[in-house]
Ligand binder design. Structure first.
Ligand SMILES: Cc1cc2nc3c(=O)[nH]c(=O)nc-3n(C[C@H](O)[C@H](O)[C@H](O)COP(=O)(O)O)c2cc1C
Length: 241
């Protein structure tokens, strides 16, 4: 990914929106081939984002060292999570928006992406927008995965913008460095990607302004999921989720 425009250093401009681009692929070998097709897709996304006045940083699950067995960030006492996890939590909290890039595995988003995101609470993501980018080696471009990603990301509080990017036969569109292969109409693809990124950047800016203006936001639940249950006459019927 050497030819990808380098994102601006974090915090370079106070007025520049910060985006985190999550790569939902850690499949390092085939079949099916090519393996880790997602690297091409994410490189193409970084290239388009690099042409905007945003600070875009890539989050690669292969490079994030998460504890096993599963223990999410919010299950640790404040400041006591493993360092890599604390660092990523800070990155997520300080971001203004997210790009979620996922292959389709069995008609769902990739387990690498859902596992990574499940480690962090909605309070870090909330009141910000997200963009859904899916791809596949076959003809559907991950559209079925994208449908469930809308639900997932809404629950996290980073609301997906209406436009989405789906890339069928991604191996026939992008070269390894994320550039377009010969014979591909790059201008049309650029326009397609930009439509979603236009929406994302608009909302990221708007949401950031509003977060600054109005800091008294309704909190995510703090102790138990029951805090958001509908009122009921019979408290004994209340279940946790
Ligand atoms: C476990 C698994 C399940 C898959 N399921 C689907 C699927 O439901 N729909 C689809 O279009 N492609 C599916 N594929 C093919 C992927 O689109 C293709 O392998 C792609 O390269 C995956 O992205 P990655 O290389 O970044 O992991 C599947 C691949 C794997 C490994």
């Amino acid at each position: 990914m050497n030819d990808v425009p380098q994102p601006r250093a974090s915090g370079e401009s106070a007025m520049t929106e910060k985006l985190l681009v999550f790569l939902g692929s850690e499949r390092v070998s085939g079949p099916p081939r090519p393996a880790r097709l997602g690297e091409r897709v994410v490189a193409a996304c970084m290239t388009r984002l690099g042409r905007r006045d945003v600070d875009a940083a890539l989050i690669d699950p292969v490079e994030v060292d998460l504890p096993h067995p599963f223990k999410p960030h919010f299950a640790y006492s404040k400041g006591k999570a493993p360092e890599a996890m604390e660092r990523l939590a800070e990155e997520i909290e300080s971001a203004d928006g997210y790009v979620m890039v996922s292959p389709e595995y069995n008609h769902m988003m990739s387990p690498a992406l859902s596992d990574l995101l499940n480690h962090f609470g909605s309070s870090l993501f909330s009141y910000k927008p997200s963009a859904i980018v899916t791809y596949s080696a076959g003809q559907w471009g991950g559209t079925r995965a994208a449908v469930s990603m809308r639900t997932f990301l809404s629950e996290l509080g980073c609301l997906p913008v209406s436009a989405m990017i789906h890339i069928p036969h991604a191996q026939d569109v992008f070269a390894e460095d994320g550039g377009y292969l010969d014979g591909v109409d790059g201008d049309r693809w650029d326009g397609y990607l930009d439509r979603t990124f236009d929406q994302l950047c608009w909302w990221a800016k708007a949401a950031r302004e509003q977060r600054r203006r109005d800091t008294a936001r309704p909190d995510a639940y703090t102790v138990s999921a029951k805090e958001r249950d509908a009122p009921t006459d019979d408290a004994s019927n209340m279940t946790d989720r």
